[in-house]
Design a protein around this ligand. Structure first.
Ligand code: PLP
Length: 370
């Protein structure tokens, strides 16, 4: 039994059931409510009936499904890259990307200090030499690139740091990247949220993908499960051939692959969903201002409320729970204070939902929170 967080029962795009009680949910990363979209559920159900519940084997042996290939070409098309590769989750996408890049001769990794543990783990298992730079410290990146001018560098960074509310300085990094260098962008929190059409950080910055390899999870805004890597055909082919994290793991389960495919279709054909999310993001951060929280990353669907002690964060979360709202206290890499309550909105929250959130925060926010 998990003593930190209660087990969740049934869920909808806006609610969770805990101990048999339905709560209005402000948690997680399902920013577009796609996990509960009827067409996504139908696609998963059909794939389950056609292929069964499991991917059964690695893609390199007998587990390569048409469904995987369709999802890969749809993701490449969506991201505007030559190719894409689907993995079992976002963590494995980062491991696979790094193993494939190391096999292509990249031998130096410059890692943002706030980068997700999957990038850290990927750099570690490949054995490439690694230097960490302070959060977003482009000058340090430039200095390291100059000092190691004889190497084939990788810059390893999240596209957007969800818990910090900051974007990686990707245009600046790209400007200083030498020939043969590449930026590996983990865009788990950017895809489906940022950019005019929801293609993420790279679209938001309007920079070309030529020197970028992008990874992401399918389990956040895209509402399914799995991960992907998107980039040039040559790099994707190297990963497909040589990355053990990909070649020796089972292919994505068919219902998840089908759900992701349907989710990308929804996102592409339904721009109103992204517009609703943007409106709710605006409302969330206006609420923050009104209740006296200094929020960072006002372009993101996440509001982090910091406390000096974990117990205070838990107290606010418990008070919200009593009001019928679920917003958990979190401890996660990237939490800044000792404790934080993470509040996430989605495109599916109504104006009434957001009013309930604001009313509850007004009533229960202690003076000292930030
Ligand atoms: C930035 C980032 N990278 C990678 C992952 C791992 O993705 P997945 O949960 O699909 O393994 C996460 C998930 O929390 C994440 O936030």
């Amino acid at each position: 039994m998990n003593r930190e967080h209660p087990a969740i029962g049934a869920t909808t795009a806006r609610t969770v059931e805990i101990d048999g009680v339905e709560l209005l949910a402000f948690h997680g990363c399902g920013y577009l409510g796609l996990a509960h979209e009827p067409q996504v559920i139908d696609a998963a159900r059909e794939a389950l009936a056609r292929h069964g519940a499991s991917g059964l084997a690695s893609r390199r042996t007998s587990g390569n499904l048409e469904l995987h290939e369709r999802l890969e070409s749809r993701l490449a098309d969506f991201m505007g890259t030559e190719a894409a590769l689907v993995t079992e989750d976002g963590f494995i996408a980062d491991l696979s990307a790094l193993q494939g890049l190391a096999a292509r001769g990249h031998d130096l990794g410059l890692l943002d200090a706030d980068a997700h543990p999957s990038l850290v783990a990927g750099a570690t298992i490949t054995g490439i030499e690694r230097f960490d730079y302070g959060p977003g410290d482009v000058n340090r990146v430039i200095a390291l690139l100059d000092r190691h001018a004889d190497r084939r560098p990788l810059v390893l960074t999240d596209g957007v740091f969800g818990m910090h509310g900051r974007m990686a300085p990707i245009p600046d990094i790209l400007r200083h990247l030498p020939d043969g260098g590449l930026v590996l962008v983990d865009d788990c929190h950017g895809v489906g949220v940022l950019g005019e059409r929801g293609r993420g950080t790279i679209e938001a910055f309007r920079v070309p993908m030529d020197h970028v390899l992008l990874t992401s999870s399918l389990s956040k805004a895209l509402g399914s499960s799995g991960g992907f890597v998107a980039g040039s055909s040559a790099v994707i082919e190297s990963i497909r051939r040589s990355a053990e994290a990909f070649t020796t793991t089972t292919g994505l389960a068919p219902p998840a692959a089908a759900a992701a495919l349907a989710a990308v279709e929804r996102l592409d054909s339904e721009p109103e969903r992204l517009e609703r999310l943007r409106a709710n993001i605006g409302q969330l951060h206006r609420t923050a201002r009104r209740v006296g929280i200094r929020s960072t990353g006002t372009f993101l669907p996440v509001l982090r409320i910091d406390f000096t002690t974990e117990i205070e964060a838990r107290r606010l979360s418990a008070a919200l729970h009593v009001e019928g709202l679920y917003a958990p206290a979190v401890r996660y890499p990237g939490s800044v204070g000792a404790g934080a309550v993470r509040i996430a909105v989605t495109s599916e929250h109504t104006a009434h939902d957001l009013r309930r959130l604001e009313d509850a925060l007004e009533r229960h926010l202690p003076e000292s929170s930030d």
